[in-house]
Structures are given as structure tokens and as C-alpha cells.
Design a protein around this ligand. Sequence first.
Ligand SMILES: NC(=O)c1ccc[n+]([C@@H]2O[C@H](COP(=O)([O-])OP(=O)(O)OC[C@H]3O[C@@H](n4cnc5c(N)ncnc54)[C@H](OP(=O)(O)O)[C@@H]3O)[C@@H](O)[C@H]2O)c1
Length: 219
Amino acid sequence: VSVLRPSGTRVAILGAGRVGSALGRVMVDGGYEVSVAASGDPAGLELIASIVMPGVTPRWAAEAAADADLVVLAIPLHRFATLDPALVAGKIVIDNMNYWAPTDGVQSLFEDSALSSSEIVQRHLPAATVVKTFNHIGYHELEEDRRLVGAHDRRALGVAGDDPSAVQLVAAVVDRLGYDPVTFDTLRAGRTFEPGGPVFGVSLGRHELGRAVRARAVA
Ligand SMILES: NC(=O)c1ccc[n+]([C@@H]2O[C@H](COP(=O)([O-])OP(=O)(O)OC[C@H]3O[C@@H](n4cnc5c(N)ncnc54)[C@H](OP(=O)(O)O)[C@@H]3O)[C@@H](O)[C@H]2O)c1
């Protein structure tokens, strides 16, 4: 994958809802080759995709993922169990999902676990390399909060994963899309990006975000 040449990088977004379409728009704007899939036939997505995410190609999930250099999970966690792990085997997977019982319902897989939600996602996708990011920014902010490198009010996004090269690759995507990536070298660190954590839904610069995450990690 060359993150320096986004036009050569294929991104599959699984989930065509609020987040999937917002990410589709910013990824196309960033120059990536983007496909999107919902749970069923892509024919049902063609009209809406042409209107809300022009340039994004609707595909079957299996086909989009098979061809992708990078797969983004933008599906509700209560639907996560419907995802076939074989679809993303060998792929770098961005986990943008949150567990939030008021909308997901109580999910025994995620409720009261000592693990972060992304660690649970990684366990269910053992042949994929999971990196957590984008989960702590609202879909409606994804486009408007983007800034050029060096802007004084450039927002930071945490990028957490156990595989250093996957973290660096995803961080470069985050940067290209208009955010300062702040990297963490464990998926577990992504727990601090979850709902109720210190950076969830809060616009922070990179120093503030790094401090907030480290303070929680030692607390
Ligand atoms: N909303 C936000 O601001 C926000 C911000 C950050 C993170 N998140 C997280 O992002 C995730 C998605 O949220 P959302 O608000 O975008 O949800 P949403 O609007 O309800 O959209 C969910 C999408 O996922 C698709 N989907 C479900 N199961 C699938 C599968 N197995 N394969 C492919 N696609 C599947 C659905 O397709 P069908 O209609 O065909 O089932 C639908 O297109 C959630 O985990 C949420 O916590 C949300």
C-alpha cells in the first residue's frame, strides 16, 4: 500500500450509513479508490451512493474487501457478529465502531468485558490487523473539521494498534484526510477513545489528545 499515492490505494468501507458515507466522501476527496458495502445487494445502494458519496463504488462486501488494501468497519457493533471474518483475512482493518448500549442494546460480547471493544473485534478477526481510529469523531464533523497540515486548529485523532507498521499506515491516511494522527502502540490504548472516555466527541489538538490518553492510561 502506498499512502503517498492514494490513487493506488483501494479502500473498502463496510457500512453505508452515517459514518460510512461521510468517510466515503472524505476518502474520495483524499484521492483514494473507495468502494462501499452494506449488508446486502449493492444495487440497492447505487442511487443513494451517487447522491451522498459521488465517486464511491457500491459493491458486495466480499468483493470490496477482497480487492482492498484497507478495510474500514463502519457497521453497528450489534451487527458485528454478522460479519464473516474470512472477508477481512490478511487485511488491515480500521475499526471505527463503538459499543453503546443505548443504541446497540446490551451485547454480551462487549458488556462488562475487561477488553476494549477493538480488542474483542481483533479476537473475532484473528487473521486481520485491527487499528482503531475515527470512532471518537462524529460523522457530521468528519468533513468540516478537516484542516491542512500545520493549521493552528487542526484536530487530532487517536490511532491505536498492536502492529506498528499498520498503525503508521493508518496514521498516514488520517493525516492525508486532514487530521493530526496521535499514535499508540497497543490496541488496548484505544479504550480511552471509547464513549465515556476523555477524547470521545471532543475536539482536541495533538498535544492535548496525547496528554488526555496518557493521563487515563496511568490513572
Ligand atoms: N454516528 C456517528 O457519529 C459515529 C461516529 C463514530 C463512530 N460511530 C460508529 O460507527 C458505526 C456505524 O454507525 P452509523 O451511525 O454509521 O450506523 P448506521 O447509520 O446505522 O449504518 C450502519 C450501516 O452498516 C451496514 N451493515 C450492517 N451490517 C453489515 C455487514 N455485516 N456488512 C456490511 N455492512 C453492514 C448497514 O447496512 P444494512 O442497512 O444493509 O444493514 C448500514 O449501511 C457504529 O459502530 C457507531 O458506533 C458512529
